[in-house]
Ligand binder design. Structure first.
Ligand SMILES: *[C@@H]1O[C@H](CO)[C@@H](O)[C@H](O)[C@H]1NC(C)=O
Ligand SMILES: *[C@@H]1O[C@H](CO)[C@@H](O)[C@H](O)[C@H]1NC(C)=O
Ligand SMILES: *[C@@H]1O[C@H](CO)[C@@H](O)[C@H](O)[C@H]1NC(C)=O
Length: 593
């Protein structure tokens, strides 16, 4: 069972001749530190071995040796960085309001700022939030959710409310929904930190993440980043199993799928995450895409061995995902010209190189938390279509959470794939869908309000107030609510005043929910700013970035051109199931044109 892995201890085998590094500092571990780790039984959790780097080797599965001067930077489990100093109260408690009182309850913030209901996006399809799920899982992990639903389930019991591992969401007396239900509390556990595992003596809480920080297909090649297990060592292929005439990643005891409905639903991935359906669909597509590419490569290069086929196929698969993310998905959200002006995209189709060897692959905590804004784009009822475009039914997305067995059964994959193509996503117009608001983990919890937890997490991670981000990105000093007018409409400012007493109290997420969309784009302006910052860091810090001419095993011009042609539409045609028609611009709705 994978629960043992929550402590991320079940990871790397010792590598001969390598050097042992400390995760938190990314430096070689000192003898005295090692002695300390041994005394608290934390050696395997807090340190790991890195085999010597070869400047010409392929991108490693564990992310090490990306930066040759700092081989340990860029591995999974290395701490995120912060855009600004954290704001905590008393060390690691959520910050207080300006008047010294507690901030308003997160649930109060959510119910005041976001309406609940259906709202279809006028332009974008379900592919947009679904691909976002893949990107998120590529750089974060869901061990905290697993912990909350499977291990530490009693945070709302009065005797556990003050348990340091618990941080439940209290529901106000006058709650618009739960004054009728009698539910007064929603379970939530505190995010796991290096401090919890004795991996640092730093006082500032530093959350743990289990995926590598680069966009490198972590969730396809193994969430555990010991992806050696996922390889078949033949023909460069990943191990796959057939079900219903289609190929899927293999089952294994490590998978956690408590909601599979037997006897039909048996699939539960051993090396990949078993999480939300939209992630699972994309993960399966990119998983198959690896094997598709490896087989095509073997046809034209019959002399290549397994290693060359595997590494080349992986490199292309990652490049395809990165290109899709940067040149298709991002422009649909932020506008192509905005991204060119911000330096995230290049206008010409050739090589580009903004690599900086003093940088390294790393995520900002601000980015990882801000991405939760995408919950406001979730349409939670999946409309199912057959391959001829007939609507054949509905499936609530959250009913198939932690239920990997559903997708391979019957014609579900055909129905869901055609639904992604034909259904609009939710319009982020200061509203959210019902299930996101009240039914985040059906069957496992009575009530979970996901965006309420998102606000709560801003505070648990010590993110600075919203106005600090406004200052950082717009150089606007906000002294009172009216100063927000350049970013937020009057009506939303009014709503913010209903919950927050002082403008400096506003949480980042609450500000982003309230903002107008960026000019030329379709998302919150501050979210866009945080994404631009993080994505530019990614390109600068990743020595293996696919657009570079001078990287190990770089493409030639013609090869790069082929990668750029590999669109979402192409992917669906190559590896989709029951997909007969696609939209050329894959992230946009089917329209009259
Ligand atoms: C030490 O930690 C490992 C996991 O890292 C665990 O399996 C083992 O039981 C622990 N031993 C003691 C004495 O706590
Ligand atoms: C809001 O809080 C700041 C300190 O964070 C304080 O300087 C300011 O006077 C407060 N504004 C009002 C209107 O109370
Ligand atoms: C919180 O968890 C407990 C124990 O698992 C469960 O009985 C309760 O229904 C949960 N609360 C909500 C609001 O879901």
């Amino acid at each position: 069972m994978s629960l043992k892995c929550i402590a991320a201890v079940c990871l790397l085998a010792n590598l001969a001749l390598g050097l042992r590094y400390d995760y938190h500092s990314s430096k070689p571990v000192t003898r005295s530190l090692l002695t300390y780790y041994e005394s608290v039984n934390a050696t395997d959790t807090c340190t790991y071995d890195v085999a010597p780097c070869d400047p010409n080797e392929w991108r490693r599965l564990d992310g090490s040796c990306n930066n040759l001067k700092h081989p340990a930077k860029g591995t999974y489990f290395v701490p995120m960085i912060r855009l600004m100093e954290p704001h905590y109260h008393n060390g690691n408690e959520p910050r207080k309001a300006a008047d010294g009182e507690d901030l308003p309850l997160p649930r109060k913030v959510r119910t005041t700022l976001l309406k609940v209901g259906k709202s279809s996006h006028p332009e974008l399809s379900q592919q947009v939030p679904s691909f976002a799920a893949l990107l998120l899982m590529d750089t974060i992990s869901i061990h905290d959710i697993e912990k909350m639903v499977l291990v530490k389930t009693d945070c709302c019991e009065p005797e556990h409310m003050n348990d340091p591992e618990c941080t439940p969401n209290i529901i106000p007396e006058d709650d618009p929904v739960h004054r009728f239900s009698g539910i007064r509390c929603m379970n939530l556990t505190r995010p796991q930190t290096y401090q919890d595992f004795h991996c640092t003596s730093d006082k500032v809480p530093s959350p743990i993440i289990r995926a590598t920080p680069a966009f490198d297909g972590s969730s396809v090649y193994s969430q555990f980043n010991d992806g050696q297990n996922a390889r078949s060592y033949e023909g460069g292929l990943l191990i796959s199993e057939e079900e219903n005439g289609r190929r899927f990643p293999p089952n294994g005891p490590r998978g956690v799928c408590p909601l599979n409905v037997p006897p039909k639903e048996t699939r539960c991935y051993q090396n990949q995450m078993n999480s939300v359906l939209s992630h699972n669909v994309y993960m399966v597509w990119f998983f198959r895409n690896h094997n598709y590419i490896a087989k095509e490569l073997a046809k034209v290069n019959p002399h290549w061995d397994d290693e060359t086929l595997f590494q080349t196929a992986r490199d292309i698969n990652i490049a395809v995902q990165q290109n899709m993310q940067f040149y298709e998905w991002l422009p649909s959200l932020m506008g192509f010209d905005n991204l060119v002006n911000a330096g995230v995209l290049s206008k010409n189709k050739g090589f580009r190189d903004i690599y900086d060897e003093n940088s390294y692959p790393v995520m900002t905590l601000d980015y990882v938390i801000a991405l939760r804004w995408f919950h406001t784009m979730l349409e939670t009822t999946a409309h199912l279509y057959d391959k001829d475009g007939n609507r054949v039914g509905d499936m609530p997305f959250f009913d198939v959470l932690f239920r990997s067995g559903w997708l391979p059964s019957d014609n579900n994959e055909e129905y869901i794939s055609n639904g992604f193509i034909r259904q609009p996503c939710h319009n982020p117009d200061h509203s959210i869908d019902f299930d996101v608001a009240e039914r985040g983990l059906p069957f496992l919890q009575e009530a979970v309000d996901i965006p309420t937890s998102d606000v709560h997490k801003n505070r648990l991670f010590g993110l600075p107030p919203y106005v600090d981000y406004v200052k950082l990105f717009n150089d606007i000093t906000v002294n009172d609510f009216e100063d927000l007018a350049p970013l937020i409409d009057e009506q939303q400012i009014y709503n913010l005043k209903l919950v927050y007493k002082n403008v400096t109290d506003i949480d980042l997420m609450a500000g982003m929910w309230s903002e107008r969309h960026m000019e030329g784009g379709r998302i919150s302006k501050t979210l866009g700013d945080i994404m631009v910052d993080a994505l530019t860091r990614t390109i600068k810090g990743d020595r293996y970035w696919y657009e570079r001419k001078n990287r190990p095993h770089a493409y030639n011009k013609a090869q790069l051109k082929e990668v750029r042609k590999y669109t979402l539409a192409r992917l669906l045609c190559n590896v989709g199931e029951g997909v007969t028609h696609v939209t050329k611009r894959g992230f946009y709705n089917v329209g009259p044109k």
